[in-house]
Ligand binder design. Structure first.
Ligand code: CTP
Ligand code: MG
Length: 230
């Protein structure tokens, strides 16, 4: 690592949390005495590697400005976008001029509050000399089926299937241009897919299984349990 290599956090937090079916976006639900987004951001701050963390927030969001962490000196607010990829691109653009093309960015979902500083450090250590960058991921323990119209149409080779988590770590310039080229493409559901579209092969770094994404109501008590265990 050269002395000038900088790290930036990018946190998409502009979703509405439809699958959570609650009265507010899931990132503002309570988890272990704080909101989900405060838990996620506190853990990124704890890792103590970031110059700043740019958080993409929806324009209609009344909750964010009320959180003390929104005023933290290392937290920047950017506008959210229509899809997750638009929010990430907006947050990347918000640090234009501050970040250099060669700096690393770690993109982390606001809805993943159980991320640990050790997983962040592990991801960085595995990728710091990598040409492309990569992502935290989990191998699958279950047998996986290809399904058509409710019937099994073959078994996938589990050894080649991984579940993509966040953070996803790429060079600022490379990620920004990959997302700009892919703008509007619905197949871009994470950062790695934007780089894959350019023919690049991001690296897989095995992460902790407790780094879950809060998606459905039952995920919240599970996240609470994981936090107590950590
Ligand atoms: N996100 C975002 N901008 C969007 C959509 C999603 O910043 N236009 C963020 C979410 O806030 C979340 C992360 O991307 O932190 C992962 O997305 P997901 O889990 O799908 O969250 P939601 O889109 O809010 O949930 P749902 O798909 O159930 O509506
Ligand atoms: Mg979504």
């Amino acid at each position: 690592m050269t002395e000038t290599t900088k790290f930036w956090g990018i946190v998409p937090a502009a979703g509405v949390g439809k699958r959570m079916q609650s009265n507010r976006p899931k990132q503002y639900l309570e988890l272990a005495g704080k909101t989900v987004i405060e838990q996620a951001l506190s853990r990124l701050l704890q890792a103590d590697v970031f110059e700043a963390i740019a958080v993409a927030i929806s324009r209609e969001d009344p909750y964010w400005p009320q959180l003390p962490i929104a005023k933290h000196e290392k937290i920047l607010t950017a506008a959210g976008g229509k899809e997750r990829a638009d929010s990430v691109l907006s947050a990347l653009r918000s640090i234009n001029g501050k970040a250099s093309d060669n700096d690393w960015v770690l993109v982390h979902d606001a809805a993943r509050p159980c991320i640990t500083a050790s997983d962040i450090h592990h991801l960085i250590a595995c990728l710091i000399h990598d040409e492309v960058g990569g992502i935290l991921a989990l191998s699958s323990h279950d047998t996986l089926k290809n399904v058509q119209d409710g019937r099994i149409d073959g078994t996938l080779d589990r050894n080649h299937i991984w579940r993509a988590l966040t953070p996803q770590m790429f060079r600022y310039g490379m990620l920004k241009s990959a997302l700009e080229e892919a703008e509007g493409n619905p197949a871009i559901t994470d950062e790695a897919s934007a780089l894959e579209l350019k023919g690049l092969k991001p690296k897989i770094v095995e992460g902790r299984p407790d780094n879950i994404k809060i998606t459905r109501p039952e995920d919240l008590p599970l996240a609470q349990f994981y936090m107590e265990q950590q």
